[in-house]
Design a protein around this ligand. Structure first.
Ligand code: MV4
Length: 447
C-alpha cells in the first residue's frame, strides 16, 4: 500500500479522496492554485503545494508543476479526481514514466475510450449492445446518406473526439444531412482538432443510465449497478438516482453481466462507468468514462462500498477480494448537485458564504468543501456541494431529500436549492417516469 498520495484536484472531490486516504493510513499532499490558498482541502491535507495562478490551465492542469509537487513531497501515487487531468492519457503516461502510480485505468484504456469511435468498436466486438449507426468513422457525405437511409431518420452526427454532448448535430431528413455533416465536422475540427465523425440513429425519448464498474490488476471485474442521470440541463447533470426507477433487478443483472465480461476481456483496471441510452427496454452503449464520477456517492450508499478506497487499493495492486455475488443493493439513493448559481438563469454566483449550515440526520450525506466565511472563487466549476440521501424506498428517499433541502442553509450566495425543491415535489418526477427531456420541459413549464 502507498504511504503518501498526491491529490491533483480541488473542492469536494479533493476532500473525498483525502478522507479515504486518512482511513487507509495514507499521508496526503494537496495541490492548489493561489486562489485556493484558503480552501478546505489545503487545510486538511498533511502537506500542501501551491502549483500556480488561479487559471486552471496554469495550476490544476499544469502537469509539470503537479509532477514537481509529487517529487519534492515524495508522493508515490496521484489521484486525479474528476475533470481536470482525470481523463488525460498523456498525463497518466507521464505520471507512470516518473515512477509514480496513476490511480485510474491504464493510459491505453483512457486513450481508447477518449475516442468515441474506438470505444464503440471495442464494445461492439465484446458483445455490448450499441445504438444502430455507422460502422465506425463516416468517410464522406455519401456514406452518411447510405447509413442514414439504412437506420432511418432522424440521425445524429457525433464527433469522435466529443462526448458529453459536445459536437452533436441532428438531421431529421435527407435534405438536412449535408448541413449537419459539414457543421459537425467544422465544429469538431475547431473544438478538438479532429474532424472524425460517426452516425447514430437519434433516440427520441431515452433515459441516461450508467453502470459503475471496478476492475483489479488481476483480471477480475465487478459492477455496482446503475445510476439514472436523465435529469440534465444543457448536458450538466442536476439530480441522480441509484437505482434507476426504470430498471428491474433482472435487467441490472443482465446488462451488468454483459459489461463486466466485456471489461474483463479488455483487461480493464480501476474505476469506470459505461454510459447507456435506455429506451423501450433496450440498453444502447454510447460512451465510457475512465474516471471516478461526481455522482459516485449514490452507488456507495446503495452498495455500502467506498469506491475511492477501492480505487486506491486496486491501484496498489491488491485484488478485489470479492465477486459479483458479494455485491448487494439496498434501498434507494438520490444526489442533488448544489451549484452556486441563480436558480432561474443558472448564471454562476461566486461570492462569500455568510452562513453555512448543512443538513444531517439518518441517511443524509453532504460532500462539500464549503465553510462559513469561505469565498467561492469565480475561476472553477460552480458546484459547491452534493447532497446525498439514502433510504429504504424511493418514496422515503424523496421525503428525506425534501427534509434535508429544507434544513440546508447557504447564505451570501445564490444556489440551485429552490430548483431541487421544485423538482422533488413535482408529480412527474415522483412518478419516476421521466426521460432526458423531462428537466428542460419542466423548467419551461415552471420558470
Ligand atoms: C444521443 C441522444 C439521442 N440519440 N444519442 C448527449 C450527451 C452525450 N453523452 C450523448 N447525448 C445524447 N446522445 C442518440 N443516438 C441524445 C443525447 C442527449 C442526452 C443524453 C443524455 C442525457 C441528456 C441528453 C440531453 C440531450 C441529448
Amino acid at each position: 500500500m502507498f504511504s503518501k498520495i498526491l491529490i491533483a484536484n480541488r473542492g469536494e472531490i479533493a476532500l473525498r479522496i483525502l478522507r479515504a486516504c486518512r482511513e487507509l493510513g495514507i499521508k496526503t499532499v494537496a495541490v492548489h492554485s493561489t486562489a485556493d490558498a484558503d480552501a478546505m482541502h489545503v487545510r486538511l491535507a498533511d502537506e500542501a503545494v501551491c502549483i500556480g495562478p488561479p487559471s486552471s490551465r496554469d495550476s490544476y492542469l499544469n502537469v509539470a508543476a503537479i509532477l514537481s509537487a509529487a517529487t519534492i513531497t515524495g508522493a508515490e501515487a496521484i489521484h486525479p479526481g474528476y475533470g481536470f487531468l482525470s481523463e488525460n492519457a498523456d498525463f497518466a503516461e507521464t505520471v507512470e514514466a516518473h515512477g509514480l502510480v496513476f490511480i485510474g485505468p491504464t493510459a491505453e484504456h483512457i486513450r481508447m475510450m477518449g475516442d468515441k469511435i474506438t470505444a464503440k468498436t471495442t464494445m461492439l466486438a465484446l458483445g455490448v449492445p450499441l445504438v444502430p449507426g455507422s460502422d465506425g468513422e463516416l468517410a464522406n457525405l455519401e456514406e452518411a446518406h447510405e447509413v442514414a437511409s439504412r437506420v432511418g431518420y432522424p440521425v445524429l452526427i457525433k464527433a469522435a473526439a466529443g462526448g458529453g454532448g459536445r459536437g452533436m448535430k441532428v438531421a431529421h431528413s435527407a435534405d438536412e444531412l449535408s448541413d449537419a455533416w459539414s457543421m459537425a465536422r467544422t465544429e469538431a475540427r475547431a473544438a478538438f482538432g479532429n474532424d472524425a465523425v460517426y452516425m447514430e440513429k437519434y433516440m427520441d425519448r431515452p433515459r441516461h443510465i450508467e453502470l459503475q464498474i471496478l476492475g483489479d490488476n488481476h483480471g477480475n471485474v465487478v459492477h455496482f449497478g446503475e445510476r439514472d442521470c436523465s435529469l440534465q440541463r444543457r448536458h450538466q447533470k442536476v439530480l441522480e438516482e441509484a437505482g434507476s426507477p426504470a430498471i428491474s433487478a433482472e435487467q441490472r443483472d443482465g446488462i451488468g453481466r454483459t459489461a463486466t465480461e466485456a471489461l474483463a476481456r479488455m483487461g480493464y483496471r480501476n474505476a469506470g462507468t459505461l454510459e447507456f441510452l435506455y429506451q423501450d427496454g433496450q440498453f444502447c452503449f454510447i460512451e465510457m468514462n475512465t474516471r471516478l464520477q461526481v455522482e459516485h456517492p449514490i452507488t456507495e450508499m446503495v452498495c455500502d462500498v467506498d469506491l475511492v478506497r477501492e480505487q486506491i487499493r486496486l491501484a496498489a495492486g491488491e485484488k478485489l477480494g470479492y465477486t459479483q455475488a458479494d455485491v448487494t443493493f439496498s434501498g434507494h439513493a438520490i444526489e442533488c448537485r448544489i451549484n452556486a448559481e441563480d436558480p432561474a438563469t443558472f448564471a454562476p454566483c461566486p461570492g462569500t458564504v455568510a452562513v453555512y449550515h448543512p443538513p444531517g440526520g439518518l441517511g443524509v450525506r453532504v460532500d462539500s468543501a464549503l465553510y462559513t466565511g469561505y469565498r467561492v472563487p469565480p475561476y472553477y466549476d460552480s458546484m459547491i456541494a452534493k447532497l446525498i440521501v439514502h433510504a429504504p424506498t424511493r418514496a422515503q428517499a424523496i421525503a428525506r431529500m425534501q427534509r434535508a433541502l429544507d434544513e440546508f442553509v447557504v447564505e451570501g450566495i445564490k444556489t440551485v436549492i429552490p430548483l431541487h425543491r421544485a423538482i422533488l415535489e413535482d408529480p412527474g418526477f415522483q412518478s419516476g417516469n421521466y426521460t432526458i427531456h423531462w428537466l428542460e420541459q419542466f423548467m419551461a413549464r415552471t420558470h
